[in-house]
Design a protein around this ligand. Structure first.
Ligand code: NA7
Length: 485
């Protein structure tokens, strides 16, 4: 029986990079009945929340853009956080997405009632949708370190994703905890501003020298004049990223050797002081943790007014940070660049699927999705940048686009009335996850290090194949992998 054509009403959770991607994909395909629920009062997600000094993206800007919304105006090869946030605001307005966004609306729950999802926001408002798309991002929930005495600090203390811009930094004693991408960028920006700057490093990180270079007005004008150049540049960067990093992280080969050699020689040639170099030499392989790109960090930590502290932090005290050697580094400002809970997914929101089973229950043993985009037992529910998406040093925008287009394929099926309810089978999901696990062993992430890439069971929650394989896998839905009604 063919059901009457009926465009489903779609709910999207989050107006960050991937939520906007889904919204734009729907609008471009002619869908109008969709709502984006956004807990804040502006778009941008992690790019709205993170405003720390030195913030920039580690994916080239011409590739870290929606393919359908090229930006000839990028001012640098690696755009600053502020510029990226402006880009998302502009795309939102230019593509007419703002009218679909319900700002200041945090969803508390979504419950499948057998036909639709009943939604409730934290302030008690209700709504219902036929299809629900989670676009809640991965770097959303700041992770505070478990350091005794954190609350006792007399000065200003904040997480890097909640930067307090009212706090003056010039000439102040600043302590930064954490040497991930964030701590490294902050150090590069605050060296010479803070006096002194203490960088508390638990584990050294490999750094790839990637200079941030401005684009000339001429090249920007050329890209505006000839839009094809923008496309060419996008494709060029995509090819390079996929050829180098796409392979380096998943299998041994010249790409891995080249990145590794470059990181090692950069450290050797840039940090001549042996004691400092020993401190900065990571115990693991380059790319085991997410690779950091910077040319500002090593020059920063070579300064006399910047100190890399490797003694274990034992407590924060009113005057500063105490380390295991008994020393207290006194500070006026304490910055916690300690990362995010990358496994929060929709939490704290509650999602209830068939038979009253919550996503929390379904994911008791760790997040498992069908091909990164759907979950058995949760009909008409899709995830963007969900579990095992190919996020390792790749453009998340490109990944989100692939996934949004996949969701669109199912929406078209629903619209045409060919199906009303779509959920992947447990069997297909398990098969996919078992293949994933079997393929993890050659990846660099299993070479022995701790990072936000690893799940609670120590298995990387990443994609062990090439980004191209992800695109191919999601190019067409496989109906036999689904329970359709
Ligand atoms: P990351 O990459 O998770 O880095 C967090 C850093 O904080 C890392 O150096 C941690 O050391 C350190 N950390 C965490 N807890 C503690 C405690 N208790 N004591 C000392 N040091 C601690 O987060 P970022 O914000 O830098 O980057 C996240 C992503 O954003 C990044 O990968 C890019 O994709 C953009 P550890 O290495 O665990 O020893």
């Amino acid at each position: 029986m063919t059901l009457p054509a009926n465009r489903p009403r779609v709910g999207i959770i989050g107006a960050g990079m991937s939520g906007l991607c889904m919204a734009a994909t729907l609008r471009r395909a002619g869908y109008r009945d969709f709502v984006v629920y956004e807990k804040a009062s502006e778009v941008g997600g992690t790019w709205r929340d993170n405003t720390y000094p030195g913030l920039s993206c580690d994916v080239p800007s011409r590739f870290y853009s929606y393919s359908f919304a090229p930006n000839a105006d990028w001012t640098r090869n690696f755009a600053s956080g502020e510029e990226i946030e402006r880009y998302f605001v502009r795309v939102t307005d230019e593509l007419g997405l703002r009218e679909h966004i319900r700002f200041d609306t945090e969803l508390a729950s979504a419950r499948w009632d057998g036909a639709r999802y009943r939604l409730r926001s934290t302030d008690g408002r209700t709504d219902s949708v036929d299809v629900l798309v989670s676009a809640t991002g991965i770097l959303r929930e700041p992770k505070l370190p478990d350091i005794p005495g954190l609350d006792s600090f007399d000065g200003a203390a904040f997480h890097s994703a909640r930067w307090d811009h009212s706090v003056a930094l010039k000439g102040k004693r600043v302590a930064v905890v954490g040497t991930g991408s964030t701590g490294v960028q902050i150090t590069g920006a605050l060296a010479g501003v803070a006096k002194p700057l203490y960088l508390f490093q638990r584990t050294a990180q490999w750094i790839l020298p990637m200079p941030r270079l401005p684009y000339s007005p001429v090249s920007r004008a050329a890209l505006k004049l000839v839009p094809g150049l923008n496309k060419l540049s996008y494709l060029g960067y995509q090819r390079i990223m996929e050829l180098i990093f796409g392979h380096a992280v998943i299998e041994p080969g010249w790409q891995r050797d080249a990145v590794s050699a470059l990181c090692r020689s950069y450290l050797r040639t840039t940090v001549r002081d042996e004691e400092l170099r020993a401190k900065l030499t990571p115990p693991d392989e380059p790319m085991c943790k997410r690779l950091i790109m910077s040319t500002a960090f090593y020059p920063a930590v070579r300064r006399r007014d910047v100190q890399v502290v490797t003694d274990k932090i034992v407590a924060v005290e009113p005057k500063g940070v105490r380390t295991a050697d008994g020393r207290v580094r006194e500070a006026d400002v304490l910055v916690l660049a300690t990362g995010f809970d990358a496994h929060a997914f929709l939490r704290p929101m509650e999602l209830v699927g068939e038979h009253g089973v919550t996503l929390e229950q379904a994911w008791r043993d760790g997040p498992r999705a069908y091909r990164t985009v759907a979950v058995p037992g949760f009909p008409n529910f899709f995830t963007l940048i969900g579990p095992h998406s190919p996020i390792g040093n790749h453009s998340l925008i490109a990944i989100a686009e692939t996934q949004a287009n996949y969701v669109l394929r199912w929406l078209d099926e629903l619209s045409a009335g060919r199906v009303r309810r779509v959920a992947p089978t447990t069997e297909a999901t398990e098969r996919f996850n078992s293949d994933l696990r079997d393929s993890m062993s050659g990846t660099i992430w299993t070479s022995g290090c701790d990072s936000w890439y690893l799940g609670p069971d120590g298995v990387p929650e990443l994609w062990p194949w090439t980004p191209a394989r992800h695109r191919r896998m999601l190019a067409e839905p496989v109906p036999t992998d689904f329970e359709l009604a």
